[in-house]
Ligand binder design. Structure first.
Ligand code: AMP
Ligand code: ZN
Length: 432
């Protein structure tokens, strides 16, 4: 089924006409309402009338996460603050978090996109949709919630945590669609096994999973273990949250809602726009948002675009699974972390050296993070008890500042590799 065939199956020339009209309009809107955008455009000698359509898109300057931090909290908001009806924030960061806002119309647009996603994977208003993404500043919970509500389905707003209770709700309330991170889906499968609950006792038939990278192998495992079809949903807070794109029933790439979000793929080093099929960094331009419309935002997510009509009938461009990041951001149990954030917590603790290694792994379908950090010779030759208490103290700081549970291992001086060029501080053993 297709929720909005007029848009989702629009012939390419029609879609481009719509995008061009909206792009020209949004460029003028931000020029008039966001001084920072105006300055950025003036710096490269651009005026709003220079951007007449999608062919001119690549003339606009890029936006990056630092632009959001620099203008924190409301510097890039384009509408009156009294028209903002919701705020969300990116996960896992503290002083450097970013905040995004939505007008009532922005929320409707977002919910419309998520409703398209749900219908695109075979859902309907008759479904019972169990949302185990976290509710709160994170966009996952409320994003799926509003989309399911817009569709008229029955939402079960479970939020995250307390897996045993989640399972009894899934079973007793008759959930047919499960929305959560792919790693949590596998954790649920483990718990079902542990509790001896058979798949046949559940009515689940579809899973909508995202918010972190995962692989085709993981898709097959989830499908077998939960006896469902598993679909990939993609999004990021800066653009709106989940629902920027989503798999259709073909499971062969995620259709981007390009009437709202115009995608480009660029070479992350040169910034040059790459052709269809080539892998690079995804850049998104929001053309319909009122409160927080980002233009040419560098997502740092690595993927490729594929145009052409899909066997499902949609003409919306597809993006492939995210295969990595062009920066060193890690996602650990749904929390986004940059090595530099961990570094500042480590160094604030004292007694440790700025040589550390982050090792991400996945055990029993749950992400784990080990932080190996060097201490000075004196500290290292101290009593074991003292070392242990320092490890505990650092773990507590990491938990309270970044909201992240990590295993801290203090190591001898000179055991962490040194680098002549860019340091490689992250070892990700998880398979995507
Ligand atoms: P947040 O803004 O905290 O929701 O984090 C957004 C980031 O999560 C994206 O930029 C991606 O790196 C990652 N992400 C979201 N959905 C997916 C997905 N389906 N596959 C891989 N990574 C994802
Ligand atoms: Zn399709």
């Amino acid at each position: 089924m297709i929720y909005n065939p007029e848009i989702e199956c629009a012939p390419r020339p029609e879609m481009e006409l719509l995008q061009s009209y909206r792009l020209a309009k949004i460029v003028r809107y931000v020029w008039e309402n966001v001084p920072d955008y105006r300055r950025k455009m003036e710096t490269v000698g651009l005026r709003p009338e220079d951007i007449r359509g999608v062919a001119d898109l690549s003339r606009l300057p890029f936006m990056v996460k630092d632009d959001l931090r620099r203008t924190y909290p409301y510097g890039l908001f384009a509408c009156k603050m009294s028209d903002v009806v919701r705020l969300h924030a990116s996960s896992g960061t503290t002083g450097k978090q970013i905040v995004v806002g939505y007008t009532r119309r922005d929320l409707e647009m977002w919910a419309d996109c998520v409703a398209r996603c749900i219908v695109g994977v075979g859902g309907s208003k008759d479904d019972f949709i169990h949302v185990s993404y976290g509710y709160g500043l994170f966009t996952g919970g409320l994003g799926l919630h509003d989309g399911a509500t817009a569709l008229g389905a029955t939402v079960i707003p479970a939020s995250s945590g307390n897996t045993e209770r989640q399972i009894s709700i899934i079973r007793d309330f008759g959930a047919t669609i499960l929305c959560c991170t792919p790693s949590y889906a596998l954790y649920i499968a483990d718990m079902l096994d542990k509790q001896g609950i058979g798949k046949s006792e559940l009515k689940l038939k579809i899973g909508i999973f995202g918010a972190e990278p995962w692989s085709e192998g993981m898709r097959r495992e989830i499908e077998n273990r939960l006896n469902i079809k598993a679909y990939n949903i993609y999004g990021l807070s800066e653009i709106c949250g989940p629902g920027v794109s989503c798999d259709c029933e073909m499971q062969d790439g995620m259709h981007i809602h390009e009437d709202n979000f115009i995608p480009e793929i660029i070479d992350p080093d040169s910034g040059e726009v790459l052709p269809d099929g080539e892998e690079g960094e995804l850049v998104i331009t929001c053309v319909t948002k009122e409160a927080f419309p980002l233009l040419r935002y560098r997502t740092r997510d690595i993927t490729s675009l594929h145009h052409g009509r899909c066997s499902c009938g949609r003409t919306l461009v597809k993006m492939s699974r995210i295969t990595g990041r062009s920066d060193d951001m890690l996602i650990i149990r749904g929390v986004n972390v940059f090595p530099t954030q961990i570094e500042s917590v480590l160094l604030n603790a004292g007694h440790v050296k700025p040589h550390y290694l982050l090792i991400a792994d996945r055990q029993n379908n749950t992400d784990s993070l080990e932080i190996q950090v060097e201490v000075s010779n004196e500290v290292f030759s101290d009593e074991v008890r003292k070392l242990e208490s320092l490890e505990k103290e650092i773990a507590r700081n990491v938990q309270s500042v970044l909201g992240l549970t990590a295993k801290i291992t203090l190591v001898e001086p000179m055991t962490i590799p040194r680098f002549e060029g860019k340091a490689k501080r992250v070892i990700d053993k998880r398979v995507y």
